[in-house]
Design a protein around this ligand. Structure first.
Ligand code: PHE
Length: 369
């Protein structure tokens, strides 16, 4: 039965159906499927055009072809929708496979970074002094000359000011006040602490200090820990015991021998520099044995003028102070030969000398493992 348009027979509908059902099944992705949809059901699609051709048919032709074509259109539309859903499912399945992550896997140890030996040593000495009853005090790194010098019995013309290679901060034009300094030692924290907390007191103050100096054993920025203990009857004997106790715990040896060498600091009287017995045999440093001595700190009984500067009566109160080089004792304990390497941020150095991040030093668990 060929109509006037010459486009359709019952067989023609059957051919179209076979062609498009097949094409839909074979469409591999959404774009291919859309192309099939346009070819069949789009405005100029084969099925659409056939439906348009109905108008030109004779009534009997149309009675047969009309329902057949409408049924075909609906069937193809449904098949396309089903195929589209199947393709979307497959795509999701594919993505889920690619993005799969096993969250039940145990965490792998990631070597993200290490604790710098200075930080490690600060943690260690904090643990030791806390055990001895010392609290932590802090002060600013930019200091007035009053805290860094005058209050510590170092007046303006005192040679100690020149000896310390002080970094001075610039004042603005026309400002004639004494310049601030980068603190040359942690001793100003003694002053600040007694001013705000009074006496008696027992503190350590670890932190950065600055002096214009640079060679294998000096860097312009380095670290000290200040110690201060003031009470009614504290003596040099207490100082000696505290320092020996500290060194034994810090260097993790049973015996240490300290030598108190008479010295001079404006803020202590009497004053002593302290050396520790060690040996360099075979190029390896051992603390507590041998015939060598290494200087590790300055110390003494707090000068009456220092107590007076913070309004503490030296007739009623007395005590000791010390200032220890943290970088120095870190080099000694961990066999680090050049101080400058501490501050060069060389990753290979940091990995070699650094400490595991989660190994917090405690006296009970071991300071350094
Ligand atoms: N402040 C001194 C220094 O930097 C060390 C020190 C501290 C000495 C306390 C005696 C008492 O060298």
């Amino acid at each position: 039965m060929h109509g006037a348009s010459g486009t359709l027979t019952m067989d023609g509908t059957t051919d179209l159906r076979a062609k498009y059902i097949d094409a839909i099944a074979n469409a591999g992705d959404e774009a291919a499927l859309e192309a099939v949809r346009l070819a069949a059901l789009g405005r100029k699609g084969e099925v659409s055009l056939a439906l348009k051709g109905l108008g030109a048919m004779s009534p009997e032709e149309r009675r047969i072809a009309g329902p057949a074509l409408n049924a075909l259109r609906d069937e193809l539309a449904a098949a396309i929708a089903a195929r589209k859903a199947a393709l979307a499912d497959a795509a999701l399945e594919e993505r889920l496979k690619a993005e799969w992550l096993d969250i039940t896997l145990p965490a792998r140890p990631v070597q993200a970074g290490t604790i710098h030996p200075i930080s490690q040593v600060m943690d260690e000495l904090t643990a030791i002094f806390a055990d001895l009853g010392f609290a932590i005090a802090e002060g600013p790194e930019v200091e007035s000359d009053w805290y860094n010098f005058d209050a510590l019995n170092i007046p303006a013309e005192h040679p100690a000011r020149a000896m310390m290679d002080t970094f001075y901060m610039a004042r603005s034009e026309g400002d004639n006040r004494a310049p601030h300094v980068l603190r040359t030692h942690t001793s100003p924290v003694q002053i600040r602490h007694m001013e705000t907390h009074g006496v008696p007191c027992r503190i350590i103050a670890p932190g950065r200090v600055y002096r214009a100096d640079y060679d294998q054993t000096h860097t312009p920025m380095f670290h000290q820990v200040e110690g201060l203990a003031i009470d009614r009857d504290i003596t040099m004997a207490n100082l000696k015991w505290v320092l020996e106790e500290f060194c034994r715990a810090f260097f993790e040896v049973d015996t240490v021998e300290l030598k108190f060498r008479a010295s001079h600091f404006p803020f202590t009287e009497p004053s002593a520099e302290v050396d520790i017995r060690c040996s360099w045999e075979g190029g390896q440093l051992r603390i507590g044995e041998g015939d060598d001595w290494l200087e590790i700190l300055g110390s003494g009984m707090v000068h009456p003028k220092v107590l007076q500067a913070v309004g503490v009566d030296p007739e009623r109160w007395q005590g000791f102070a010390f200032g220890m080089g943290i970088d120095r004792i870190a080099m000694l304990k961990y066999g680090i030969p050049d101080l400058r390497a501490f501050f060069e941020s060389d990753l290979r150095w940091l990995r070699h000398y650094g400490f595991a991040a989660l190994d917090l030093p405690t006296l009970a668990g071991g300071l350094s493992r």
